[in-house]
Design a protein around this ligand. Structure first.
Ligand code: NAP
Length: 265
């Protein structure tokens, strides 16, 4: 039975909602992000409302020594982690050639290297126990051409699909969750005012629906979860759309370089 979940990027948005929905199911939690105050506020609220134990681990996952604390927590035999949610992330403007390459490297690390390292850490103890759930928050951007963000999320989808096939027979499932545009702090952190992204209203998802559907797919042991019918249809269409059209869709919903700050730190 899944009892304790560790969630990265739990201080806001999709990660915080995973915390709320898992606590409502009676799971104990370990919440990870940089903003200790936001994590503590959420931890107190979830403990009071659901009576679950909530541990706060404030860490910048791009700082190796801080990331290694999370690796040690995942491998602590005294306090097993039954579910890992790799969710922490941030966005950059889509003009790769104008972005600072060091920002691109941090973006690649947080979206690819960190989930791979944390999955590797969590997997060993889970395989030994013969049970566990790993959830990698990717994006529908992983199915279309969308700068390095789409490439990182595409890696996470391919990795999760492979790992689910490889390990589900030994009791550990791995699911890539692929949301479309979802109301969180993500776009504002990039300097985008709400509604200024050039994305029509019908394309926006509610974070509660995204996480609810994702958790149903995780429980079914799916390798890939695409929340909402409309995004399932869009992903199916993207497979047959002419490359030029898919590329134009992939350019939407981000500031031009220099128009807004990046969402790092
Ligand atoms: P959000 O509200 O901005 O949350 C991002 C989370 O990541 C925050 O909790 C942030 O916490 C954490 N984070 C960022 N950098 C970190 C670092 N260096 N170390 C530790 N934690 C860090 O955005 P969100 O929409 O919920 O994004 C969550 C995931 O969903 C991301 O992987 C994103 O790519 C993906 N996604 C989002 C959308 C969307 O439209 N919103 C769509 C598809 C996929 P601190 O600042 O406290 O560290």
């Amino acid at each position: 039975m899944v009892r304790t979940a560790l969630i990265t990027g739990a201080s806001s948005g999709i990660g915080a909602e995973f915390g709320r929905q898992l606590a409502a199911r009676g799971m104990d939690l370990v919440l990870v992000a940089r903003d200790r105050a936001a994590l503590s506020t959420l931890a107190i609220a979830l403990h009071d409302e659901h009576g679950v134990e909530v541990e706060v681990l404030s860490a910048d996952l791009l700082v190796p020594r801080q990331r290694d604390r999370i690796v040690r927590r995942l491998t602590d035999p005294e306090q097993p982690i039954d579910m890992l949610v790799n969710n922490a992330g941030f966005g950059l403007p889509l003009q790769f050639e104008r972005n600072d390459v060091e920002d691109e490297v941090r973006h690649l690390e947080l979206h690819v290297e960190v989930p791979m390292r944390l999955t590797h850490a969590a997997l060993g103890p889970m395989l030994q126990r013969g049970s566990g759930r790993i959830v990698n928050v990717a994006s529908v951007a992983g199915f279309i051409p969308r700068a390095t963000y789409g490439a990182c999320k595409g890696w996470l989808i391919a990795f999760s699909r492979w790992a689910n096939g490889k390990y589900s027979g030994r009791g550990v499932t791995v699911t890539a969750v692929c949301p479309g545009y979802t109301h969180t702090n993500y776009h504002e952190r990039m300097g985008l005012a709400p509604g200024a992204e050039g994305v029509p209203g019908w394309m926006w998802l509610d974070v509660r629906d995204v996480v609810g559907e994702a958790l149903r797919d995780v429980a079914r042991g799916r390798g890939v979860s695409i929340p909402s019918l409309r995004y399932k249809a869009l992903v199916a269409l993207s497979r047959v759309a002419p490359p030029g059209l898919a590329a134009r869709i992939g350019e939407r919903g981000r500031p031009s370089a220099g128009a807004g700050r990046t969402a790092i730190g």
